[in-house]
Design a protein. Structure first.
Length: 350
């Protein structure tokens, strides 16, 4: 049975047909034999009938088994054919997947190489631009004019009536135009880089000096700002003291929590009321009051002048004493020198 299942489908069908034909041939022979001996056996005894019926049943059972065998064989053949188709499709699918993986790997390799070439091209373009910017301005202008002229010539197409088609040479397609550079010797670039380095160092030094100057200027501005703020505070304090003094003399002589502006407002109100009272005062009394105030003002000015003279006298005396002390220090320093010179002179005379 295993050998039969291992055979190809065509051989299985042929083998089954042969077996069926052989079985039918045997059946026909048996039927003919039975037909010949039918009457004799029937006449012999009833036992022969039973045997015939049993034989018919056996033949019928064998036919059923053979039909079942054929159906099973056909089912297995269909399953084997379906399995073969599935295996073939699976193998084809695996082959296609392998090809796809291979092509994907090749695409990734090509993409990686393209990225490397793009990076290299970017670097080379940077180098080209750097060398172009290092070139003299005259050469740059000349190069730009040449490039624009060449671009204009390329954009101008030939006459449409001409049927000739010009193809670029393979060398031009492969290598392209050779870039035109100002520097023909690497030493030129090295010399230029040295010169630029010196210029950069000089600029850095100048920048450092300017930075120091700016820092000093910033410090000066900060100092001046602090000094102005301090002077302003001192002036405001002095103004507050003067306003307080005037407030105490004109309005009320007692300690208050009023601000400077409030005190000034009180003083203005007091002055305004005094002016109104002066307007209503008689002329004779106003003249007497004016004389008294003028005399007080003159006496106050004399006192201030005397105080100023005293301060100046004190300042002159202070400077005189400082000069006297300095002269005395010089004399004290000169005494040892004079004694040494006298001693040397006496020793020489003896």
């Amino acid at each position: 049975m295993r050998k039969f299942l291992a055979l190809p489908i065509e051989e299985k069908a042929t083998h089954a047909a042969r077996a069926l034909a052989k079985l039918k041939n045997e059946e026909s022979k048996v039927i003919a034999l039975l037909t010949e001996n039918r009457f004799s056996e029937f006449q012999e005894n009833n036992r022969g009938r039973l045997k015939l019926k049993q034989l018919e049943k056996l033949i019928e059972r064998d036919n059923q088994k053979f039909e079942e065998f054929l159906r099973e064989n056909e089912r297995k053949s269909v399953e084997a054919r379906a399995l073969w188709v599935f295996e073939r499709e699976e193998k084809s699918k695996q082959e296609k997947n392998a090809v796809i993986k291979k092509l994907t790997a090749e695409m990734r390799t090509i993409q990686s190489e393209l990225e490397k070439y793009e990076d290299a091209l970017t670097d080379y373009l940077k180098y080209k631009d750097f060398l172009f910017r290092l070139s003299p301005p005259e050469w740059q202008d000349e190069k730009k004019s040449k490039d624009s002229k060449a671009k204009t010539e390329k954009t101008c197409s030939p006459d449409s009536d001409s049927l000739e088609v010009s193809f670029p040479s393979p060398e031009r397609l492969t290598f392209g135009d050779k870039p035109e550079l100002y520097f023909t010797d690497p030493q030129q670039l090295l010399d230029l880089m040295s010169e630029l380095t010196e210029q950069n160092l000089s600029l850095i030094q100048n920048s450092a000096r300017v930075g120091e100057g700016l820092e000093k200027l910033r410090q000066t501005v900060d100092t001046t700002r602090r000094k102005i703020s301090q002077d302003q505070d001192e002036m405001l304090d002095a103004l507050d003291e003067k306003v307080t003094e005037v407030y105490s003399a004109c309005v009320e002589n007692r300690i208050t929590d009023l601000s400077t502006l409030q005190k000034v407002a009180k003083i203005e109100s007091r002055v305004f009321s005094l002016l109104q009272s002066l307007e209503g005062m008689p002329v004779e009394r106003l003249a007497v009051v004016k004389k008294v105030k003028d005399s007080e003002k003159r006496s106050r000015m004399r006192e201030e002048k005397l105080m100023e003279q005293r301060e100046k006298q004190k300042e002159r005396m202070k400077r005189y004493l400082e000069r006297s002390l300095a002269d005395s220090k010089k004399i004290v320093r000169l005494i040892p020198l004079i004694s040494q010179s006298i001693t040397a002179a006496t020793s020489k005379s003896f």
